[in-house]
Write a protein that binds this ligand. Structure first.
Ligand SMILES: [Zn+2]
Length: 350
């Protein structure tokens, strides 16, 4: 993913003010509740995925990760659907086989009822074979790849046991990361899996006779999940109602407030929710991006903060940078948001 417009420097000034507020009020809410998402189970999934090594699109390691997700879903008694297709990446003139995985947790009307989509990408950034030596390093994508995917698997377990009115689809996208080291704005080499998913479903007249936007009431994306000292940024490309809904749950139920950095840092993010939004679907990206970009010669204006480790697209994005509790808090956020989220999803049928 990337920031869609406005250099990082633009948000730096506001960030300093917010950081000061944050430091003044680090106490967590006394009322914080704990949901059913299990930190150790989620971390176990993340560890298993990271153990496959770097997992860029088309790699044998990503296939093993795909198999792992599929096996876990089957063990839960859930279907493991798959989309497989060839994509030509212009950058390295490669045609690669890509794989989206998804499952359905049925609601009251699996055939025609409304759908909530919760998704994450499971591919990791290609950090080898680039011209620039600094773009080549061991990148295992713990937070950027495994974290969101691991939370999705744990959500499969807990949501399965919940009486849900809408159908819940959980989707693991391939091909999110840009094949070029710098973000590819043309999307020939980035957001490839989510675009394929949307385009394919739009053509599926059995599932979506009137188009996806008439059945998919909301799409929630998890990205950059699992860091120590986690937060969720305020993605300006996300639906404002959904931002308000999730912020309310974070504050009132989980005791994670704006003063602590939650839903504080604003930037318009281009990520796997992009093509859903383009097709008229309400989207939100739960992403922890701000302050995670290290200051480098290529990115000298990146705002940094001593309380937030900057691991984005570096070798530091590894298991040591993760905290199981931060996987849990994002899963619990989704869990506690479900009652209000369902109401939003249901509006799609009106
Ligand atoms: Zn990334």
């Amino acid at each position: 993913m990337r920031i869609r417009s406005g250099p990082l420097a633009l948000v730096a000034v506001a960030s300093v003010v917010l950081a000061a507020l944050w430091l003044n009020s680090c106490s967590s809410g006394a009322s914080a509740r704990s949901g059913p998402v299990d930190a150790d189970r989620a971390m176990g999934h993340a560890r298993a995925m990271v153990a496959f090594g770097p997992r860029p699109s088309g790699s044998p390691a990503l296939l093993r990760n795909r198999d792992y997700i599929r096996d876990q879903l089957k063990a839960l008694g859930l279907p493991a659907h798959e989309q497989n297709w060839d994509h030509f990446f212009g950058h390295d003139k490669k045609k690669l086989r890509l794989h989206n995985v998804w499952t359905e947790i049925p609601g009251q009307d699996p055939t025609n009822g409304p759908i909530l989509i919760v998704a994450a990408h499971y591919d990791t950034k290609l950090c080898s074979g680039h011209d620039k030596p600094t773009s080549n390093f061991e990148f295992v994508g713990a937070i950027d790849g495994a974290g969101g995917s691991a939370v999705l698997l744990e959500l499969a377990r807990v949501l399965k046991s919940r009486k849900s009115v809408p159908n819940v689809w959980l989707v693991w996208f391939d091909g999110e990361e840009s094949r070029t080291f710098e973000w590819d704005t043309s999307h020939a080499q980035s957001l490839v899996g989510s675009r394929y998913f949307v385009e394919t479903m739009q053509k599926d007249k059995t599932r979506f006779p009137k188009g996806m936007a008439r059945r998919v009431g909301a799409m929630v994306l998890l990205d950059l999940i699992g860091s120590k000292n986690p937060k969720v940024d305020r993605d300006l490309a996300s639906n404002s109602t959904l931002l308000g809904l999730f912020e309310k749950v974070a504050t009132e139920t989980l005791g994670r407030t704006r003063k602590q950095g939650w839903f504080s840092y604003e930037s318009p993010i281009e990520d796997d929710h992009y093509f859903f939004k383009q097709n008229g679907i309400k989207v939100i990206d739960l992403i922890d991006f701000h302050y995670r970009v290290p200051k480098t010669p290529d990115n000298p204006n990146a705002p940094t903060h001593p309380d937030y480790q900057a691991w984005w697209h570096t070798a530091d994005d590894n298991l040591a940078a993760m905290d199981p509790a931060s996987l849990k808090v994002i899963g619990d956020l989704l869990w506690f948001a479900m009652p209000e989220l369902e109401k939003q999803v249901f509006q799609v049928m009106k």
